[in-house]
Design a protein around this ligand. Structure first.
Ligand code: FES
Length: 274
């Protein structure tokens, strides 16, 4: 049988354990940078059971905080942004992004592709100044696309699934015709799965690449192409919990960011064909 069908639960469990032990600094990916637009509507998300609202000032700076109005609880995602200020649609309370009437902003970070929010009460770890953004092709050299799906599972289920090279959905939704594991992770020294895989692009064209899979934090898996078509391209999978910890019906947003090097159409075509 093809090598990727070999079941290696212990290896995956070990890799997941090491990923879970890495710090996240309480940063959570909430969506694509381009989805929070200056002059646009506020952007609302639930993270770990907490309502979060984001918007931009007229100059494009990000603002984030609780998604519930401190006056009488209106959902701020349904409010308007006027000249960079959030105006509650119930009774007109205004928020410029600074603390006001018990509303305390959340630290927020725009890495150019994704927006991250730091939620210390949800993460429960030591906070860090900035999220650990994976290395990507340099700005302007790549084309990026961000997709979000919601799964009925915990973030660690998503990470375990993406970390399993013998599991076909690792490459979901890219269709591949062959996969062999070149190197398995061996503890903290060289902690990556290295695989040779051929993507089927646009039905017929087959593109062989070598790719490396790592889990830099408890909720992120990064696939980086290290040899072949689209070298240095990355596919990041960020698993952001929507429900609070311990919820009997957990849901997780799977935010997938593809940053492919310019002129390399494999990823985009594969995605379009999926
Ligand atoms: S609920 Fe927002 S101003 Fe009253």
């Amino acid at each position: 049988p093809p090598t990727w069908r070999r079941a290696r639960p212990a290896l995956i469990a070990d890799a997941l354990k090491r990923a879970s032990a890495r710090p996240s600094g309480n940063w959570f990916v909430v969506g694509a940078s381009r989805d929070v637009r200056a002059g646009g509507r506020p952007y609302g998300r639930t993270v770990g059971g907490v309502e979060v609202v984001l918007w931009r000032t007229d100059t494009g700076e990000l603002r984030a905080g609780p998604g519930v109005c401190p006056h009488l609880g209106a959902p701020l995602r349904d409010s308007r942004v006027v000249c960079g200020t959030l105006v509650c649609h119930w009774h007109g309370l205004t928020l410029d992004g600074g603390p006001f009437a018990g509303w305390e902003p959340y630290p927020v970070h725009d890495d150019g592709v994704l927006v991250w929010v730091r939620l210390d009460a949800v993460g429960g770890e030591e906070p860090s100044e900035r999220p650990a953004v994976p290395a990507r092709p340099r700005p302007g050299a790549g084309v990026d696309a961000v997709f979000t799906a919601v799964g009925r599972c915990e973030p660690q289920d998503v990470v375990a699934n993406r970390l399993d090279p013998w599991h076909g959905s690792w490459f979901h939704p890219y269709s591949f015709v062959d996969l062999s594991v070149v190197r398995e992770p061996d503890g903290d020294d060289g902690d990556a799965f290295v695989v040779d895989v051929s993507f089927r692009v646009a039905g017929r064209l087959v593109v062989p690449v070598r790719a490396e899979f790592t889990a830099p934090d408890p909720r992120t898996v990064v696939m980086r192409i290290t040899e072949g078509e689209g070298v240095t391209s990355v596919v990041e999978t960020h698993a952001t919990p929507l429900t609070a910890e311990g919820d009997p019906a957990p849901r997780t947003a799977v935010v997938e960011a593809v940053v492919a090097t310019s002129g390399r159409r494999g990823f985009r075509l594969a995605r379009a064909a999926a």
